[in-house]
Design a binder for this molecule. Sequence first.
Ligand code: SF4
Length: 935
Amino acid sequence: MGIFGQKEVVAFDFETTGVDPGFDRIIEIGAVKVFDDGRRETFKRLVNPQRPVPFYVKQLTGIDDSMLSEAEPIELVLPQFLDFLGDALLIGHNVSFDLGFLFENCRALGLRIPRNRVVDTLSLARVLYPTAVNHQLETLAALFEVELVRAHRAYYDALATLGVAEKLWQKLLSLPEPLFDQLEELIFAAGASDLEFYWRLAREHRMFRENLPPPPKVNSDKLVVLQNELGEPTSESVDFDPDIVEAYFSENSPLGTVLKNFKVRSQQQDMAAAVTQAFIDGELLMVEAGTGVGKSFAYLVPALFWSAANGEKVVVSTYTKALQEQLFFKDLPVLRKVLPFDFYALLLKGKGNYICLYRLERYMRDPMSLTSREREGLIYIASWISETESGDISENTSFINNFRYSLWEKVRADGHTCIGKLCPYYRDCFVYKIRRKISEAQMLIVNHALLISDLGGAILGDYSYLIVDEAHKLDVVAVELLGGEISIWRVKSVLDGIYKEAAVPSGVLSYIMTALGDQSLDEQFERIKANISFIRECADKFFSELALNMELIYHWQKQKYQVRKRYDYINPVYKSIKDRGDELIAALKSLYTELDIFIDNLGEPQNEELRKYFEELKGERAKLMELMDDLLVVLSPDEPDVVYWMESPTSPDSIDARLCWAPLDVGQVLNTELYERLGAAVFTSATLAIAEDFSYYLERLGLVYAPRERVRTLLLGSPYDYETQLRIVVTEFMPSPRELERFIDKTSALVRETSRKFRKGTMVLFTSHDSLRQIYESLYYDFQQVGIKLLGQGFSGSLAAISRTFIEDVESVLLGTESFWQGIDIPGKSLELLILTKLPFPVPDDPYIEAMSERLQRCGRSPFEEFIVPQAVIRFRQGVGRLIRSETDRGVLAILDKRIITMRYGEKFISSLPKKPEIAKSLDEVYQIVAEHLG
Ligand code: SF4
């Protein structure tokens, strides 16, 4: 028998003019038929769609109108294709897309709709290879080293699909019996009919084989394997000698032997010396290090020497995952080659990223206590858990891209309900494995979120030395994590952990009652159940009324974006839901009391199983307490240094309205809970000063609360030669952004004309998604005609995909908002023209901005000068920093917001630019600057 145990299979693929089967047309059909004796037949046809092929399809497929003009129309090709298919089993990649076109065309032409059985290599690959980098055909072909001669041409795609299908079939047959059975059970429990079909085919086939085949060989570069350890624990000790540290940044540095582009940079030397001194003197050092200084080595080298000499752990925290990975996978391995000692470093994430084997086992045993969607998600966890060494869910791309939410809440490690040493998986627990290693590590690479959520040191343990890179984001993360929110989902999640009524009840209480095996606590159990169902009713009413009253007052259903409004005691929405909130708190309190009584009556548990459940129940009770405390916070909106706001649901039929809060002054918390116990700390970023003044971030990060003699600042410019590498132009002739319609028209014209004329990699940064959309729509067809690829955030795929395409196509134009203003690194010719449309002032009616402004006003300070402008300048500088990323980059920065030269505050922006801007009075002058500088 052949692949999938069939006599004949047909792998097929269509190319089309778009994604809508009701509107778009097929332009190419490719298929390969394979018989069980190995014979093959092929089907290759271009199809005349009788309409022009859109530009992006031409670019993707290479198929243009001239190639199709002589081709037969679908009326003639489709009957031949149906004959070719016969009754064979069909195989496709993401086959529902192709089937949609097949069925729609059959319907339209009055042809019989084929009823062949179908295998989708996408859905099978997601289960069998959950850690593949992604599950696109090209990636899977590379994973199995299957040839894909020309992606996005139907015949070659069909051929590659067939090759991938053969490997998947081999993998399916090779699964060890227990795993095969376990997945089969879960697949049937989830009612995943496509997977059921594949498993049935494999089951039939496996019965007749004496030996299972080996799994196919794979290219491990196409799998996500998270490595979080570097080096070995060591007790090696060295002297801490500032001169030796300095030598790493001077002529003949050992770094020069491993880094191709190593150069002596005075700024890097100054920074390394300052970091060294900060460690010696116990300082809190803030360093602005311009692009190209090489700041990561400037702090890593002294930190590692300090750690090796003193046996002290150093924690390095970053905002972005990209920097975290660069430090861990690039910079630290370089240093392991050149430092005279080895070191042991860990890359760490928060506990919630790791699977809890104990909780997982419960749902694997009893999947029917989950929803059907969650049961489906469990399949992808089960197939991954047998292979993972890290237990970090970000390896599992199948799961995180499709299922992560409610199921992950149930199976991830959770500080409250972890039963520690009582857990049967304690020895193998991924979280504890990491924790054991933390105590031996010399360096921990973490992110700001973990740093802030672990101020008590529960995960990171004791440490005295801290380096915060991308420090300009530490306050933002702190605001987010030191505040909180109350939502219906949070209430339900807490209740579900205790008890959830269903055909198969779940929640720790239901397990306790089963394990008890007598009726002594039945009465209390019933009372708790009644309490829980009453709370569910109260919560539904509370959040429905919150959503309804927000609609009555703020009309959120008519708004394009989610509505966020501050509230206090006299806010009408708050007043309208306050009683419901009190009712909810009272009900939660009553549940808490009942749980207390239940726990008391349970006494000392009689056996191991009950002891475990008992500990879990105490964890659930702690979560309930936290929920009550937080509910009290949002229902008592009277703390002067806290901002309270409500958020509307994001879809009209949802009741997912939320109450949120955040502290205004996170600096004080950071100082008392973190800096006071540190031996030394370094805060660094390319943007920390406003017009060479650090006051803003000294206050935001709480360094103003530390003893003055401990705090030092250092401003280091970039080593790049901005005078020759960069031209900056302010377009004085543009209308003010306040005249929005005209401004959008003129911006659109400027982007259109400069892109057509110069064909340079161009990034246009916006402050509003609406403006971006209008310009994207106005340019789209024009650019199609002239063959310029236009990429728009929100229109052209994920941020990673947009960045990739932008880097590859050096003539493309990228329109971006939020995420493109910072953290993205586009080298060389891919980005030569950067256009900043507006000065990036924060939205004035954002609840946090509003509350911060009022707070400053109350203290007699100017919110605009001291908060709004600094925020905008930092973001502006981040945006500007996208352009020149190396010593060889050249670029033109165009600033379209003329307020930078007409308003008083503009001076702050201008003085934070790397050089003085030129003023253009006309578009021709802009052309001239671009032509002179970029050619
Ligand atoms: S030790 Fe805690 S986190 Fe680890 S598997 Fe057991 S219960 Fe889960």
